[in-house]
Design a protein around this ligand. Sequence first.
Ligand code: HEM
Ligand code: HEM
Length: 135
Amino acid sequence: MNRSRWPHAFFASAAFYAMVGVSWGLAMGITHNHATYSAHAHLNLLGWLSLATMGTFYATLGQDVSNKVKAANFVISNLGVLLMIPGVGMYLGQMTPPAIYGPMIAAGSLLVVLGFFVFGVTAIRGLFRTVANAA
Ligand code: HEM
Ligand code: HEM
């Protein structure tokens, strides 16, 4: 994928989560059933805001980051959201047995954390490289 496409991919996935996330909020408001509010909150905060922030970084300060790192960050963070959020939703909505949502939450949240570490290490290394180049 062309370098400049990765920020767009982050924004496209973030926008998808935002559409689902706000619809979820609307559904809770209409039905007066807020049981799954935390899954809605994390879908918006992780899926929409965090992925959009990562996309913003790669579109601006992180333009020189390799495609491999951007791809890894994108795949890991998205897989994390796609496993963790439905898992938390099932847990809070008490729709399925723990055997189904348990592994989804465990694997999903670990992937989310890993995605933040890939992003964090990339951002911090980028800063050190910029400082070293300026010296
Ligand atoms: C049309 C848009 C939205 C609607 C109708 C909506 C609706 C709701 C509702 C009904 C709750 C449950 C409140 C409760 O029971 O305490 C909630 C919680 C929450 N929502 Fe949304 N929401 C929307 C968009 C968003 C967005 C865009 C974000 C974040 C970027 C967000 C973040 C949160 C958070 C963090 C909570 C948990 C707050 C707490 O700890 O009490 N929501 N929302
Ligand atoms: C692997 C990632 C994450 C995990 C496992 C996690 C886990 C949790 C847990 C266990 C709670 C308490 C829920 C409760 O008491 O019912 C919580 C609440 C909260 N978290 Fe997270 N969190 C994660 C990422 C984030 C991120 C990235 C943000 C913001 C950008 C965030 C914002 C919040 C907020 C605002 C609340 C209070 C509202 C709520 O209960 O949903 N979390 N989180």
